[in-house]
Design a protein around this ligand. Structure first.
Ligand code: G3P
Length: 217
């Protein structure tokens, strides 16, 4: 499973990229607002840090203006992935852009039928929001299972990008279902490394090693 980080903050992206485990970045208008940075400038900076796809979202709601915005955004770098909302205009834009060889991430997906439409529109990624689904009394992971089944039934190449990930169990469940990608805030990715027994084990080994009086270097 590929790991994307869901943020527009440069330092956490640098830190995770340095682990060698980061495959891409997702941003959205809310994350750009939270960063306080200029959209174009921060997107360019992120694209220089990470080789994989960097999602940058259009803010227009009509197809013609989405295409104009996408034209500007995709010039930022070769690894920009244009993010469009799951609407009729968003999917028209998706179809046009992927037809020209531009990566597209279709966002704000809350049903398997929406995911089916996005795949038919040639989306590179579909972003079902599991956390927001859970918040509204549904099971976000049921949605991922349904999309996996449908995409496998028809051999769609669209990658399932599990988004709105709130905790490590979402990551585990997404991996068990066979999602292609997950995007999570930096804290959730850092939490994946942690286990109390790993920390306890290191403590014990360090204490015993100190008793030997030896050193490797
Ligand atoms: O990737 C989508 C994400 O940014 C939304 O997450 O936590 O605002 O639902 P959240």
């Amino acid at each position: 499973m590929k790991f994307f980080v869901d943020t527009a903050e440069i330092e956490p992206i640098r830190e995770l990229a340095a682990t060698g485990l980061l495959d891409g970045v997702t941003t959205n208008p809310s994350l750009i607002a939270k960063s306080g940075r200029d959209f174009m400038e921060v997107t360019r900076e992120i694209c220089e840090i990470v080789d994989g796809p960097v999602s940058a979202e259009v803010v227009a709601l009509d197809h013609a203006t989405m295409m104009k915005e996408a034209e500007i955004l995709r010039k930022i770098a070769d690894n920009v992935c244009i993010k469009v909302p799951l609407t009729v205009d968003g999917l028209k834009t998706c179809k046009a852009l992927t037809g020209e060889g531009t990566m597209v991430n279709v966002t704000l997906c809350f049903s398997a039928n929406q995911a089916l439409l996005a795949a038919k529109a040639g989306a590179s990624f579909i972003s079902p929001f599991v956390g927001r689904h859970d918040d509204n009394g549904f099971d976000g992971m049921d949605l991922i299972e349904d999309i996996r089944l449908i995409y496998d039934n028809y051999d769609f190449a669209t990658e399932i990008l599990v988004a709105s990930v709130r905790h490590t169990m979402h990551v585990l469940q997404a991996a068990k279902i066979g999602a292609d990608v997950m995007t999570a805030p930096p804290k959730v990715i850092h939490d994946l490394f942690k286990h109390v027994l790993t920390e306890k084990g290191i403590e014990g080994f360090m204490a015993d090693w100190a008793k030997t009086g030896q050193s490797i270097l």
